[in-house]
Design a protein around this ligand. Structure first.
Ligand code: NAP
Length: 336
């Protein structure tokens, strides 16, 4: 493994050899918080933000539980502030995807379609993406009545009948938001109890525009040019029937964005990155933050906190690299 001496030598290596000290992959709350901390530690992080920066909060409306915003804040507005804060301290943010990595030796390598970067540390904060039902008609009618983003597409369905599939907080949030547009919102859930938190469930139950279909799954999305209905299955008696509606919003959870790390980092069975201590990974110098490993909490605030931890540990790792390889005696003497 290549090693570096005192700070001066490390800095020289970084600048001369275009070696990055920290590359952050991802730009949700985890990635941008990591970038803020790394930038404030003078590490000039390079952030590969992805084709669409900001992560899942870009697809959210009101965020009411992020501390510091007593009246709430719009998700995209919050992420713009994260980005500006990171840039203010010297983070360089590129709106490109990492398409390949090699973490088997130092320097760590991260590639995009057009560039190849070498780095001493990498922070992976690629988050998780909304899941689809994978039923016939769903893909065909995406953008024509099928969506995973009420914020993006809800306004297209003014005075329409909208179905939301799922029983978690996301489904409740989507359903509540969609009542601003639709004349009726039906939540289709595969069990007879919600997974959603009590407060979200109560809000949905209290909304007169929302009704629930329990023990029911979507078997097929109906329509040619646009959604005209759904074929539903009642899980109790297995009966199939068609149900008229104008739109389907799928809100059934998320899949970690780890395709590029398969075979490069240890993942669990669901594809989340494994971390023994909440920041390190199976590759030395590669740290992890946010929903890409944390499938338990998955909150903006917990993702931001883990981004902070990952950046601090990356900084410690860089310091350890310097200590592991002190500069030659001649260089040390010349510093005094
Ligand atoms: P989630 O909690 O995993 O819920 C997913 C829901 O979709 C579950 O009800 C699940 O049914 C259902 N589901 C999964 N696969 C399905 C399939 N193939 N067909 C039909 N239904 C399916 O995911 P989430 O709602 O996205 O929430 C994720 C995390 O983010 C949670 O911790 C949540 O609290 C948090 N969150 C919070 C807020 C907020 O506080 N405002 C908003 C959004 C999300 P089962 O219940 O039967 O498993």
């Amino acid at each position: 493994m290549e090693s570096f001496g005192a700070t001066g030598r490390l800095t020289a290596a970084v600048e001369d050899a275009a070696m990055e000290r920290v590359i952050v992959i991802g730009s949700g709350p985890a990635g941008l918080t990591a970038a803020i901390y790394a930038a404030r530690a003078n590490l000039r992080p390079l952030v590969l933000a992805g084709g669409m920066y900001g992560g899942q909060l870009m697809l959210t409306t009101e965020v009411e539980n992020y501390p510091g915003f007593p009246s709430g804040v719009q998700g995209p507005e919050l992420m713009t502030m994260f980005r500006e804060q990171a840039e203010r301290f010297g983070a360089r943010i590129l709106d490109v995807d990492a398409t390949n990595v090699n973490f088997s030796k130092k320097p760590l390598v991260v590639e995009t379609d057009d560039e190849r970067y070498e780095a001493l540390t990498v922070i992976v904060a690629t988050g998780a993406s909304a899941r689809w039902l994978d039923v016939p008609g769903e893909e065909l009618l995406r953008g024509r009545g099928v969506s995973t983003c009420a914020t993006c597409d809800g306004a297209f369905f003014k005075e329409k009948h909208i179905v939301v599939a799922g029983g978690g907080d996301s489904a409740m949030e989507e359903a509540l938001f969609l009542t601003r547009f639709g004349r009726r919102v039906t939540v289709v859930h595969r069990r007879d109890t919600l997974r959603a938190s009590k407060i979200m469930a109560e809000r949905a139950f209290a909304n007169p525009k929302i009704d629930f279909m329990w023990n029911t799954v979507v078997e097929r999305v109906l329509g040619d040019e646009r959604v005209t209905g759904l074929r539903l299955r009642n899980m109790l008696d297995e009966s199939l029937y068609d149900f008229d509606c104008d739109a389907l919003f799928v809100a059934i959870g998320h899949t970690p964005n780890t395709a590029v790390f398969r075979g490069r980092l240890d993942l669990d069975r669901a594809g989340y990155i494994l971390s023994p201590d909440g920041t390190t990974t199976s590759a030395e110098g590669v740290f992890v933050a946010g929903d890409v490993f944390d499938h338990r909490y998955r909150q903006a605030i917990t993702a931001a906190g883990s981004g902070c931890k990952a950046a601090m540990d990356a900084e410690k790792h860089l310091e350890a690299l310097e200590f592991a390889s002190p500069p030659p005696v001649s260089e040390r003497l010349s510093q005094h």
